[in-house]
Ligand binder design. Sequence first.
Ligand code: HEC
Ligand code: HEC
Ligand code: HEC
Ligand code: HEC
Ligand code: HEC
Ligand code: HEC
Ligand code: HEC
Ligand code: HEC
Ligand code: HEC
Length: 539
Amino acid sequence: MTLGVLLWACPARAAETLANEDCLSCHTEVDEKAFAASAHGSENCVSCHSDVKSLEHPEELAPVDCASCHESEAMAIAGSVHGKVQAGGGVSVSCKDCHGSHEVLSPASPASRMHRFNVAKTCSSCHEDIGAQYLRSVHGKAMLAGKFEAPVCTDCHGEHGIRSHLDPKSRVHATQLSEKVCAQCHAAERITSKFGMSADRIRTYFDSYHGLAGRAGSASVANCASCHGAHDILPSSDPASSVHKTNLVKTCGECHPGASERLTEGTIHLAPSPDKDRKIYYLTVFYIAFIVLVVGSMLAHNLLDLRRKVKEHYEQRHAQSHHARFNTNERVQHLVLAVTFSLLAYSGFALKFPDAWWAWPIVGLDPTHEWRGRIHRWAALLFTALCVYHVGYILLTPRGRGQLRSMLPRVRDARDLVQMVRHNLGHPVRRPRLARYTYVEKLEYWALAWGTVIMVVTGTVLVFENISLRYLPKWLIDAATVVHYYEAILATLAILIWHLYFTVFDPEHYPMNWSMKHGRTHEERTDEEPPPPDKSPRA
Ligand code: HEC
Ligand code: HEC
Ligand code: HEC
Ligand code: HEC
Ligand code: HEC
Ligand code: HEC
Ligand code: HEC
Ligand code: HEC
Ligand code: HEC
């Protein structure tokens, strides 16, 4: 494209004096109207026929080089089966074979040779037999009937990057076809429900012996096309279909020599239900019930045990706890923080990793992500409200100001950190005596404060994307997306590693540091400045 623009702008262009009308006055064979209506209607003739330097041009001209403006398309063609033929000096398939020369239109235009409904015709000019077969198939007929969802040649083969079906990188290669080609429609609820087809064909295939071996990489097992064909696919009810009852012995026999009626009796797309494949269905139901019963009883037994032990532990710790740490207000703030933070992390990461096992409860129930998005936004609103409240609390109430003062970083914290690490490394130094808030809590508190500012700012930019797009450059919005994601990872990992260790896994506290529940700690801590007396009622 750039080269064309440069040529256009270059004042020394040899053929500058030659206007399109000059050319057309002799070349009446060129359809002027079609050219004017084409995607290149505003191009100069000489931008393609660049070796026409004057009116006395050579009769033999070099072929038009579309690549000079459409570099990426040309690169893709060069790597494709059509480009390789060209390079080998055999039959050449060039841009104009598919797009035409003067009547090139955007593929979106219904008159384009590359419009969905014209693709088969254009490809058939060379692949005649396949084109004819395709038009008789269930897909071809649907395309002729004007159904947009019906696959055309390029849906299965690709466009500029078409590869031989024997090339393992081709989407129609035996190892890829089922998942990359047929699944894009036959696993899509939108399409299967619209055409009244079963939505389970892909899943049932992948659960079958052929599918399992195929997924493991075997190219010799049956893929969708081995049984159904590729260009001649017909419904199984059609006697001409390769999967019609009467043809199965032959179809399976291709790979299972001597296949008998027996082999073909079983269902291929096994989807047991009370009316189909009943024996298999009830066997499955029995096993699922059995698993739920056995594992469920084990779980219940151990949960009872756990409950008892946790309760004893809690009571024991409660009895020992006398140092007031958090009042009810602060503990409620912590609870709201814990709930909104977990909701935000879960609903946020489920967007990024919809295929992860832990995401299915939300993605499975809500494939359109509507509820996931809503939960994320409401939790974010609550989270922000909490932050505003918290800032008010620590600045405006005497108790809050006291907490804030104890939370301010001191030189002593750095000393404690060094001393703690040395102590843990086995140096003969004492464990530091801990203040009301140690460097552990301070680090965590200020990291959280920092992360909150980042997440609220970037999150706001993303929620109001429409407005942001109007006032901010696009790269800033992309930057906000990246920062929102990585800061979320940082915060979540920090919580998992720093917070959970000190509140749960630290053997001094295991299985739980209860101070956020009953507000007290059993640890002896020195206070540089005792916090002001708490006037709120104790929990
Ligand atoms: C004075 C008449 C005249 C004008 C003006 C003219 N041409 Fe030609 N052009 C011819 C003739 C004559 C031939 C060779 C005979 C033929 O048509 O095969 C030719 C051949 C060509 C060919 C090769 C055709 C082929 O079959 O391979 C191209 C391409 C071409 N001209 C493009 C242009 C372009 C572009 C312009 C305007 C910049 C232009 N011509 C202006 C007369 C003209
Ligand atoms: C987008 C590029 C493009 C532009 C612009 C373009 N042509 Fe062509 N033209 C082609 C292609 C492609 C061919 C087929 C031959 C080839 O591949 O070299 C062709 C062929 C021709 C031929 C040979 C006869 C034919 O129709 O096949 C003539 C004459 C011609 N062009 C004249 C013109 C004139 C006159 C204009 C300006 C009104 C023009 N071309 C603009 C791409 C272009
Ligand atoms: C085998 C046939 C074939 C050949 C050869 C071919 N194209 Fe295409 N081209 C297509 C199809 C199919 C599409 C896409 C149709 C669609 O988007 O639905 C397309 C789309 C395009 C588009 C529009 C891209 C877009 O994103 O909208 C351009 C530009 C293009 N081709 C240029 C070229 C150029 C330049 C060459 C030669 C280097 C070329 N094509 C060769 C089949 C072909
Ligand atoms: C001088 C530069 C130039 C050359 C040479 C050129 N094109 Fe284009 N082509 C353009 C421009 C400019 C557009 C319009 C792009 C747009 O509308 O976005 C375009 C548009 C197209 C489109 C439609 C893309 C779409 O999505 O709407 C196709 C297809 C296409 N060209 C194919 C070709 C083919 C095939 C050739 C060779 C015969 C060719 N072009 C040669 C500049 C060129
Ligand atoms: C539903 C998907 C699908 C559609 C639509 C489709 N093909 Fe194919 N095509 C395949 C598969 C799969 C293979 C490989 C078949 C095999 O393994 O024997 C193939 C193979 C081919 C081959 C090479 C094998 C041979 O027999 O020469 C060509 C050429 C081909 N297709 C062209 C086309 C053309 C042209 C169209 C449109 C008229 C088309 N295909 C439509 C799936 C498709
Ligand atoms: C100008 C003629 C021509 C056009 C148009 C054309 N092809 Fe081809 N195609 C060929 C030739 C020649 C080969 C290489 C010989 C072969 O392997 O059959 C080929 C090879 C292929 C192959 C690989 C065959 C294999 O062994 O798997 C596929 C697939 C294919 N074409 C699909 C298409 C599709 C889809 C279109 C339309 C978008 C198309 N072709 C348009 C001529 C053409
Ligand atoms: C681009 C979407 C698309 C792709 C890709 C596609 N199909 Fe289809 N298929 C359809 C649609 C749509 C229908 C329904 C047509 C109708 O009923 O008019 C259909 C119908 C069928 C039918 C007949 C179903 C019935 O109940 O009558 C079979 C069998 C079939 N496809 C198999 C395949 C196989 C095998 C592949 C892969 C090689 C494949 N399809 C690829 C969209 C697709
Ligand atoms: C081992 C052979 C075999 C394989 C592999 C296979 N099928 Fe089938 N398929 C059949 C048979 C036989 C039927 C008809 C009986 C039935 O419904 O189980 C059928 C039925 C269907 C139907 C229902 C429409 C109809 O014609 O009755 C669709 C759609 C379908 N298959 C798509 C696929 C897709 C997509 C794949 C690949 C993921 C695939 N099949 C793999 C043998 C196979
Ligand atoms: C493209 C070749 C191919 C086609 C067509 C094919 N199969 Fe198979 N099938 C295989 C291969 C290879 C295996 C061995 C899989 C493995 O490695 O476990 C297999 C395995 C099986 C098995 C599992 C038992 C065994 O022998 O390992 C059954 C049952 C079976 N096929 C039934 C069928 C039926 C029924 C059809 C026709 C509807 C069919 N197959 C069509 C290639 C094919």
